[in-house]
Design a binder for this molecule. Structure first.
Ligand SMILES: NCc1[nH]cc(CCC(=O)O)c1CC(=O)O
Length: 324
């Protein structure tokens, strides 16, 4: 592959592609504000993706990468130099010619509940919205009496169904959302409960951004200065569990790195696969040494966890591959 002859050398700004949703724009702007040369040497380019234009349920779209394909195509076609993705939306399969130049410092990886009261205090039969099979299983496991409603839409729309429903049939008692998304939109104040990762591990790489570039490019070198090794380690091990389970983004899998033991600096990886109705769960844990930053080391930890989950019957408990 030849080096791109672009950007700084020619004086052209780095073109940073973003999806058009409010969340995508907010996270792209937050990232760009940390780029060397911002704002003069950076230009934000909105790109439309199928995941933003369809109202079909996320599970029914079935594909990994509905949010990502358009940005990747624009990168490969040279229309943009940098693509800012939510790391949890990025398929685990590598894309030839592209690589993740940076995982910037992660935000809150937890899920939050927006509702009138914390989960334990909601009335019997409360209606909680989520489109995620993992969140559905976790909700039902915690409270078998809840009615889980399949919803889609951007964060404002989802919160609106709790705080300002347009009709009685739209009304929900609560929604579960990624804390990082709420934080990026300045809406964490709407949450009544932060769901503790030890009881509620989340989607692989939730709360992290993955910033992709063409592998051999000036943009790659610039963006790599914003990589955070601890975030890369956590996102990589969580994504490796997903990949080695051969699971899709709709699998009822929660996997989260829990922050370091103060004495040893070691981090713990917690992975759970749930039955879709919350009736069962298998769990595995691994240890992550803070210096284990090589791909092979991270992969080894994930491999151990996945072997353990499969030994315990994870593949019989839950549909890992396709949509249920
Ligand atoms: N599934 C869509 C999606 N992709 C990334 C985020 C939130 C931000 C993040 O996790 O980085 C969300 C919304 C949500 O799950 O509530």
């Amino acid at each position: 592959m030849t080096e791109d002859t672009e950007t700084r050398d020619t004086g052209r700004p780095l073109r940073v592609g973003t999806r058009r949703s409010a969340l995508a724009r907010a996270q792209t702007e937050a990232f760009c504000a940390r780029m060397p040369g911002w704002p003069h040497a950076v230009e934000i380019v909105p790109i439309t993706s199928q995941g933003d234009t369809t109202t079909a349920s996320l599970a029914s779209l079935g594909g990994t990468g509905v949010f990502v394909t358009a940005l990747r195509e624009a990168l490969l076609a040279g229309q943009i130099d940098v693509a800012v993705h939510s790391a949890k939306d990025l398929p685990t399969a590598p894309c030839p010619g592209l690589s993740i130049a940076a995982f910037p410092t992660r935000e809150d990886p937890r899920d939050l509940l927006v509702a009138g009261a914390p989960l334990a205090q909601l009335p019997a039969g409360a209606r909680i919205g989520t489109g995620s099979p993992r969140r559905r299983a976790q909700l039902l496991r915690r409270r078998g009496d809840l009615e889980v409603v399949d919803i889609r839409g951007n964060i404002d729309t989802r919160i609106g169904r709790v705080l300002a429903p347009r009709s009685p049939s739209e009304r929900l008692d609560g929604v579960v959302l990624a804390g990082a998304g709420l934080a990026r939109l300045g809406r964490t104040g709407d949450a009544v409960e932060h769901l503790d990762l030890r009881e509620w591990p989340t989607a692989p790489a939730q709360g992290a951004l993955a910033v992709e570039t063409r592998t051999h490019s000036e943009a790659h070198r610039v963006v790599a200065t914003l990589d955070d090794p601890a975030t890369r380690q956590a996102a990589s091990v969580e994504r490796a569990v997903l990949r080695l389970l051969e699971a899709g983004c709709a699998a009822p899998l929660g996997v989260s790195v829990l922050e370091a033991d103060a004495a040893t600096g070691e981090r713990e990886v917690l992975a759970r696969v749930y039955a879709l109705d919350g009736s069962g769960v298998v769990e595995s844990r691994g240890r992550l040494h803070p210096d284990a930053l090589q791909d092979a080391e991270v992969h080894e930890v994930a491999r151990g966890i996945v072997a353990d989950l499969l030994d315990q019957g994870a593949a019989d408990l839950a549909p890992l591959h396709g949509t249920p």
